[in-house]
Design a protein around this ligand. Structure first.
Ligand code: SF4
Length: 333
């Protein structure tokens, strides 16, 4: 059985090599809130921790993180947060500031958006992410009871008509099986999905999955490999948590383009961050950017709102990164 899976992964690696260069990078998801108006997806920490609607980050903190991402060579995976944490007007303003600072359009993952909302956000967004999470309809009703797939399908179809790129998320290890891959394949084809974020379950304390075991890295890799073989040019992002830093080589060989979800700022320069970079080399890829070397310069745009506030936030991030590095060095000596 394992032998067959490794054959699938080897096949996926060949498909990847035929269509992409031997590089990879880290993509950072930028989160703006701890509040979610839905709040009952059974795997999500927001189903266990209830926060007030005002529980969101300052704009300075968000912009500081984006500026640091650029300095470290990381890409913005998407901008996301709980549903309804911002009013539409506030979110539009946030998007304007983010795209000004990042100097490019960004992906957004903020729930199903109407045609009118897409039109409003279009000047600042590259694409929309449908957080489908699981493609099995029965399981979906169970794990995302208040987040049906239908409105996302409508958003994808509206995005298509407006020429906005389309992505989706998938979490494996929450009760689906590989038999569901056919459903995923049909969904990607139907909606012309260009990018997929494939995570494996990270059991959060207090959620319905608090005592569950995450799936094996081979299972995670097989979902990625099957997707790569079926869709040779799709952009696949593999989401890994801290305890999966030693699985990166396998996930890249299975055909992932990039990695995400790793808590890269909190563990900057730490043992797991070094492990991720080593794993990238082991997979025969070159890592664009760094998870371990402090940036030489950080450029803060002159035109940014509250430049001093953003600079202060960047300093506090850099201090925290330095402290992690020092702790790690002391542990090693
Ligand atoms: S909609 Fe997203 S943020 Fe809200 S509970 Fe579900 S997974 Fe969590």
């Amino acid at each position: 059985m394992l032998h067959q899976i490794m054959d699938i992964i080897a096949q996926a690696e060949k498909v990847y090599q035929q269509h992409f260069t031997a590089e990879t990078h880290f993509e950072r998801a930028i989160f703006f809130s701890w509040y979610c108006g839905i709040g009952d997806c059974t795997f999500c920490y927001m189903s266990a921790e209830k926060h007030a609607k005002t529980a969101r980050r300052s704009t300075e903190s968000i912009l500081a993180e984006i500026i640091l991402c650029k300095a470290l060579g990381w890409k913005i995976g998407f901008v996301s947060g709980g549903h309804d944490a911002y009013t539409k007007v506030e979110f539009l303003e946030l998007l304007k500031q983010i795209s000004r600072v990042s100097d490019e359009k960004v992906w957004i993952n903020v729930g199903p958006l109407s045609h009118a909302e897409l039109l409003k956000y279009q000047p600042y967004i590259k694409g929309v992410v449908a957080s489908i999470e699981t493609i099995n309809p029965t399981l979906h009703k169970k794990v995302c009871p208040s987040k049906p797939i239908g409105p996302f399908e409508q958003m994808l179809s509206d995005a298509d008509s407006l020429g906005i790129d389309k992505a989706m998320t998938l979490i494996v290890g929450i009760g689906e099986s590989l038999d569901d891959f056919l459903l995923l394949e049909a969904f990607i084809r139907k909606h012309g999905i260009m990018k997929i974020h494939i995570y494996s379950l990270n059991p959060h304390d207090g959620t319905a999955f608090g005592n569950a075991l995450p799936p094996s890295n081979v299972y995670h890799a097989e979902w990625i490999a099957r997707t790569r073989i079926a869709f040779p040019t799709i952009d696949i992002q593999a989401g890994i948590w801290l305890d999966r830093s030693n699985t990166v080589s396998l996930l890249l060989r299975a055909g992932a383009n990039s990695i995400s979800k790793f808590p890269a700022l909190r563990h900057f320069g730490g043992k797991e961050a070094r492990q991720v970079e080593e794993q990238v080399t082991r997979a025969g890829r070159v890592f664009q950017g760094t998870l371990t070397t402090m940036p030489k310069t950080v450029t803060i745009p002159e035109t940014i709102n509250n430049r001093a506030g953003v600079a202060h936030k960047i300093e506090s991030y850099i201090d925290a990164m330095r402290r992690t590095q020092t702790r790690q060095t002391l542990t090693r000596t």
